[in-house]
Design a protein around this ligand. Sequence first.
Ligand code: SF4
Ligand code: SF4
Length: 287
Amino acid sequence: MKLDMSFPARKYKLYATWKRDMETMHLPFPREWSHTQFNLPPNWKEVALKKMDEVVNKFRSVKLFLDICVKCGACTDKCPFFLGTLDPNNMPVARQDLFRSVYKRYFTLTGKIFRGFVGAEELTEETVELWYTYFYQCSQCRRCSVFCPYGIDTAEIMIAAREVLTAIGLSPRSLTEAIAKCETIGNHMGIPPAALLSAIQFAEEEIKEETGIEVKVPINKKGAEILYVPPSADFFGGPHWGTLKGVIKMFHQIGLDYTISTYASEGGNFGTWLGYEHMKKINRKLV
Ligand code: SF4
Ligand code: SF4
């Protein structure tokens, strides 16, 4: 396998969060910025290191994973993002090292004394640019951890690392736009209750056309045995739309006592890729 040393994945920086969504979600340092111009706050380094200290001490597994990697290389070719780009920074161990090197420099004795000799690196704006580029090119699939003899979970390191990026106001729009909609309108797609109702009625009509069977979806039914909460993309378009219709047909056929809520209308959770706070917030909407 030949590595691509032109670092092709560097051009895949995700677009910046809108200022209005940062305000809606109460994210730190709401401001105008872009994926090429971060406009970091003056005290960004202090904030980042404080957050890093918090996450490595709060999540013991993360600290352990940062300390025990032996660089055996067993995970290197196991990441789909590495296989797709052949960019060495997308190897799971290299992705971890972008975070680990800064951890070593500021939070370990050997890193503080021997610096570069033990792979410790200063936290600079260039480092943060690499973090923003490569930390969001991990889908947290955890495939690499299956092949690591120590069970090091890159996904868990990335969740902690993204907490640090979020603390200095660097989160991608592809996540925050959906989360902001979920926290205000009720689902990632931003479908209000009336539109959701129309979508379900449209599904009923299509099922009638396709099968000749009249199906009625129970909406906001009190006391139903099951509350069915699909991801909101299922109400929106293909191929998810087919899943929604398939489920409605099956529930009708087996005579299930269920309901779909126009208010608890999101079964997905984009907070999973942003950080614990928003992951919990979206989860709490359902439970
Ligand atoms: S968890 Fe991240 S680094 Fe590991 S294989 Fe999946 S995408 Fe790649
Ligand atoms: S397989 Fe595990 S120990 Fe080996 S390099 Fe990857 S993360 Fe480190």
